[in-house]
Design a protein around this ligand. Structure first.
Ligand code: MG
Length: 304
């Protein structure tokens, strides 16, 4: 049963232990956070600064980890704990090693990294790893079309798709081709559903500003897509799904949370525009937010 308070959403006081706290600042456009549990650090992209920053949780210090990062964006960990990241500049999904070097994983729509004659990806934006080790990533065109976020270039395969790449076989195929600017993505806990943010409205590429939901088939296709929720103000960028299947999304004025059926649960304000979020913290009860120039932290009432 819906009510007026459901429609407006709450303050998330049952999920959050307090308001967002700024823990570091000094980026030009912060994105793509990943929590490294072994060193208790958050590594994140400063896209327009073309570098990767490291927030060290035990000391609270921020340092420059990688320079000349070729406009890296979203990242996650694979099943072996290695960092997988998207590079606008290299138009590929790659491994980021702890020494700052990278190894390409997929860069062309035929899946053969470095091959000639095939169409290149646009500028991979965000990536998740499935239980079977496959990488699912979005490929909008921000790195080609937004000054300071990559190198100008063409959309060589003619769209902005969501792809599944299997590192074990080299197979790459498009799983979603009906979105305008697919951006953040996340699976439901059992991987039966895939949520994908469409941020087209942000730079006038289209009216879309919602989170799409797709059913994932056993043969790794996405079907029956529909819009789960429209994000206002702003657009959704990074999204995450918690252990209960709730969807946490960035929004211009903070972070917003939806129930699995799309019911708005509530929101919490953040002083800067939020781009992305990742669970972490030494006790597993933090949610780190990259928001424009800064890194913020939300403390949670239970592990994500
Ligand atoms: Mg993004």
């Amino acid at each position: 049963m819906s009510s007026a308070s459901d429609a407006a959403g709450g303050d998330l006081s049952d999920l959050l232990a307090g308001p967002a706290e700024r823990v570091a600042t000094g980026a030009s456009w912060a994105e793509g956070p990943v929590w490294l549990a072994d060193v208790e650090q958050v590594w994140f992209s400063d896209i327009k600064g073309n570098r990767i920053l490291c927030f060290d949780e035990p000391t609270g210090q921020l340092r420059e980890q990688v320079t000349g990062a070729e406009y890296s964006n979203g990242r996650t960990l694979d099943r072996d704990g290695r960092i997988v990241q998207c590079s606008h500049g290299r138009r590929r999904v790659e491994l980021l090693h702890r020494d700052g070097s990278t190894t390409g994983l997929v860069s062309h729509v035929d899946g053969s990294d470095g091959s000639t004659g095939a169409a290149r990806l646009n500028s991979p934006n965000d990536v998740v790893v499935a239980q079977d080790g496959a990488l699912w990533f979005t490929d909008p065109a921000y790195g080609l079309q937004s000054p300071g976020e990559g190198h100008a270039g063409d959309l060589e395969y003619g769209g902005c798709h969501v792809f599944r790449f299997d590192p074990a076989t080299g197979d790459l195929h498009a799983v979603i081709t009906d979105m305008t600017r697919p951006n953040g993505l996340a699976f439901a806990p059992d991987e039966s559903l895939l949520y994908v943010a469409d941020s087209a409205r942000a730079q006038g590429h289209g009216p879309e500003h919602g989170i799409r939901i797709y059913e994932v088939t056993a043969d790794h296709r996405c079907v029956n897509g529909r819009t789960l929720a429209e994000i206002d103000p702003g657009v959704p960028d990074g999204i995450r799904v918690d252990r209960h299947g709730r969807i946490w999304s960035s929004r211009a004025d903070g972070v917003v949370v939806y129930a699995p059926d799309g019911t708005l649960l509530g929101s919490t304000p953040v002083p800067e525009t939020v781009a992305n979020l990742c669970p972490g913290g030494a006790d597993g009860r933090s949610l780190y937010l990259t928001a424009t120039t800064s890194l913020y932290r939300l403390r949670l009432t239970e592990p994500f």
